[in-house]
Ligand binder design. Structure first.
Ligand code: HAM
Length: 416
């Protein structure tokens, strides 16, 4: 019997993990520069945290939740971070003690989707949320932060699309307008959108099916459904982006799939990604904190998909410098315990070091050192030990010298 991983999940093997670590390290540096603090919430949450906030008819809630039923409650594997962070914000009384918060998070999310390129059932977010302000400056900061994360990770050739959904009232007006504009056109829509007409009409605007796209592109929605305040807010967001020289396109049909969004929404699209072309996305959710039992307060955030970020950078073709590994080879019975002590001392001094555990011949051990891309090789034989020396080989230059064992760790450290 052999076991296979769950469809839509991936083993991230050591050769690839180095790219993940680099992305995570870069992200932490960028978050620090923007003065965000990390938050870590559980991977399991009560399903109600998402059901209400993402919307009863959102695709995630309708068909993509990994549910865990127990006697009292239904838990789920979190499908996204935002609602969980708002839950944590309220449960930990930030609204009362320190309402303005800038959080960031890294971690796995789970959606029961049909797997395809760039669409997984376990994928990873790098995200951020600012809770406690409705200032357009926050929108600009969030978008500029996401843009910096992409740039610092070497992603180029992406397009930033932005739109405003307006406040809750404006959204209702947009729904009404759509109902009117789409009446009589329902037969031309795909099956899903025919259902959406009744349940989630806004989603028709960003349906990927050609017939729906065609109908949508013929709609003249304008901005009459938007109130003055929301139009002014959006205008300030656009000005702020221009001040920072962040290029964007206004995409009037960008609505995003989750109910909690209000006002500014945005997506970073990348042509390398095929059908799943958003490398990251986000927006405002000015009513969510209140809907989840807290005060009325503005909030905004985004999440990048790490797997899509990797696809967009074609990062695997990039070279990463390995660490400066020292490989120690012991030849002879007396040399062996001495070599283990040297290995231990090197590691305690913070030098990456390894050895052969299988009694390989000198040739075999050298081959292994080569495979591990060791920078230095130390060879200790019983003869050298008697003379209190050790052979040191520099694997880049190929030079070899016999050096005294005195102060060996310092000498090796100086070369790493
Ligand atoms: P989202 O658009 O659902 O937004 O996800 C954000 C990003 O996660 C997407 O742009 C994509 O790169 C990646 N992603 C989503 N689903 C998958 C999947 N099945 N496989 C691989 N990658 C995927 C949110 O989750 C919001 N919480 C973002 C946000 C934060 N809005 C406000 N604050």
């Amino acid at each position: 019997m052999s076991f296979k991983k769950v469809p839509g999940t991936r083993d991230i093997l050591p050769e690839e993990v180095i790219f993940w670590q680099r992305i995570e390290d870069t992200a932490r540096k960028v978050f620090n520069a923007y003065n965000f603090r990390e938050i870590r919430t559980p991977i399991i949450e009560n399903v109600l945290v998402f059901n209400r906030s993402l919307g009863e008819f959102a695709e995630i809630v309708q068909k993509q939740m990994f549910l865990i039923k127990n006697k009292e409650d239904t838990y789920c594997l979190r499908p996204e971070g935002t609602a969980a962070i708002v839950r944590a914000y309220l449960e930990n009384n930030f609204d009362k003690t320190n309402p303005f918060q800038k959080f960031y998070y890294l971690g796995p999310m789970f959606r029961l989707e049909r797997p395809q390129k760039g669409r997984l059932r376990q994928f990873h977010h790098i995200g951020a949320e600012i809770i406690g302000s409705d200032s357009p400056a926050v929108d600009v900061e969030i978008i500029s932060l996401a843009d910096s994360l992409l740039r610092k990770n070497g992603v180029t050739g992406y397009e930033l699309q932005i739109n405003t959904l307006g406040c809750a009232k404006d959204k209702k007006a947009l729904v009404k307008l759509l109902e009117k504009e789409l009446s009589g056109k329902s037969k031309g829509l795909c099956e899903d959108c025919q259902v959406r007409l009744k349940t989630n009409i806004l989603r028709i605007l960003d349906c990927k099916n050609e017939p729906c796209k065609k109908i949508v592109s013929g709609l003249n929605l304008g901005d009459k459904h938007l109130c003055e305040e929301c139009l002014a807010h959006f205008s300030k967001v656009k000005d702020g982006l221009e001040d920072l020289k962040i290029e964007y396109t206004v995409a009037p049909h960008l609505v995003r799939g989750l109910d909690y969004y209000t006002r500014t929404v945005f997506e970073f699209k990348h042509s390398e990604l095929g059908a799943q072309d958003a490398v990251g996305a986000g927006g405002r959710y000015d009513n969510l904190v209140h809907e989840m039992g807290g005060p009325q307060t503005g909030a905004m955030g985004f999440a990048l998909g790490v797997e899509r970020l990797l696809l967009a950078t074609n990062v695997q073709s990039q070279k990463i410098d390995g660490q400066n590994l020292v490989y120690i080879i012991a030849l002879g019975e007396q040399a062996k315990p001495e070599a283990v002590k040297i290995l231990d001392n090197l590691r305690k001094a913070g030098v990456a070091a390894d050895t052969d555990y299988e009694n390989k011949s000198l040739k075999g051990a050298m081959r292994q050192a080569n495979d591990l891309a060791a920078k230095l090789v130390l060879i200790l034989g019983d003869n050298e030990l008697a003379k209190k020396t050790i052979m040191l080989k520099d694997m880049q230059s190929g030079t070899q010298e016999e050096i005294p064992l005195d102060n060996l760790i310092e000498k090796v450290k100086a070369r790493c």
